[in-house]
Design a binder for this molecule. Structure first.
Ligand code: G3P
Length: 215
C-alpha cells in the first residue's frame, strides 16, 4: 500500500520524505489556504516546491467547475512538473475532464468521492487515482471503510486499474483497516502516519535493553 501525506506544509512533507516511507503528496485548496499560500503565482510555485522535496506523485487540485476551466487549469498544473497529478472533483464536468486528461496521458485524482457509483464513474473515465473521503463519511454516521470495501470489490470484478486512494484519513486505525481491505493508497496527516510507530511495549523494551547494555 502506498503512503501519501495529506498536507501542503513543506516541513511535514520533508519529515515524511526523510522517514523513507513516503510515496506521494495530496493537497487541496483548504490545505493550501491553511499554509497561507495565496495568489496563483505563489500557489503554482508551492506545488513545484513540494515536487522538489518528494519523489512520488503530487496531487494539485483545480478550482474551476466547468469542463473548459478544468482543462485549462489542469493543463497548466500538469506542465509544472512531471509528477503533478491533476485533482478533479467528482462532478459531471469533472468526469468529462478526467476522460480528457486520460486520453492525453495526464494523471488524474478524482476527489470528493462518497459513493460506490461515483467510484465506478471515476474508473470508467480512467482516473489514475480515486479518493473516497472516509473520515467525512464517518462524521455523518456512515461507515467510510465499508465504502472502501465495496469499491475494492467493484474494481476487482472488472480489473479497473484506477487506484483506490483512501482520503480524509484521521487516525492510524483507518490506515490499518484500509491496508486489510486492500486500498491501493492512503493519504493521511503526518500525525496519523507517525502514530503507527508507537507502542508502549516498544518503549518499555527499548528502555530495558538500553539499561541492560550498560551493565
Ligand atoms: O484528501 C482529502 C482530505 O484532505 C480531506 O480530509 O480531514 O478535511 O476530511 P478532511
Amino acid at each position: 500500500m502506498k503512503f501519501f501525506i495529506d498536507t501542503a506544509n513543506l516541513a511535514q512533507i520533508k519529515e515524511a520524505q526523510d522517514l523513507g516511507v513516503l510515496d506521494g503528496v495530496t493537497t487541496n485548496p483548504s490545505l493550501m489556504a491553511k499554509e497561507g499560500i495565496k495568489g496563483q503565482e505563489n500557489i503554482l510555485k508551492h506545488y513545484v516546491d513540494i515536487c522538489n522535496i518528494v519523489t512520488g506523485d503530487v496531487s494539485a487540485e483545480v478550482i474551476s467547475t466547468d469542463f473548459d476551466g478544468m482543462v485549462k487549469e489542469g493543463e497548466a498544473l500538469a506542465k509544472l512538473h512531471p509528477r503533478i497529478v491533476v485533482k478533479i472533483p467528482m462532478i459531471k464536468d469533472g468526469v468529462k475532464a478526467i476522460k480528457y486528461f486520460t486520453e492525453k496521458g495526464i494523471k488524474t485524482n478524482c476527489t470528493l468521492v462518497f459513493s460506490a457509483g461515483q467510484a465506478l464513474l471515476a474508473a470508467k473515465a480512467g482516473a489514475t487515482y480515486m479518493s473516497p473521503f472516509i473520515g467525512r463519511l464517518d462524521d455523518v454516521s456512515t461507515d467510510g471503510l465499508n465504502l472502501i470495501e465495496d469499491i475494492r470489490i467493484i474494481y476487482d470484478n472488472y480489473g479497473y486499474e484506477t487506484e483506490i486512494l483512501a482520503a480524509s484519513v484521521r487516525h492510524p486505525m483507518h490506515i490499518i483497516e484500509c491496508a486489510k481491505i486492500g486500498a491501493d493508497v492512503i493519504t493521511a496527516p503526518l500525525s496519523a502516519i507517525t502514530a503507527l510507530l508507537k507502542h508502549p511495549l516498544t518503549d518499555i523494551g527499548l528502555a530495558q535493553f538500553l539499561a541492560d547494555a550498560k551493565k
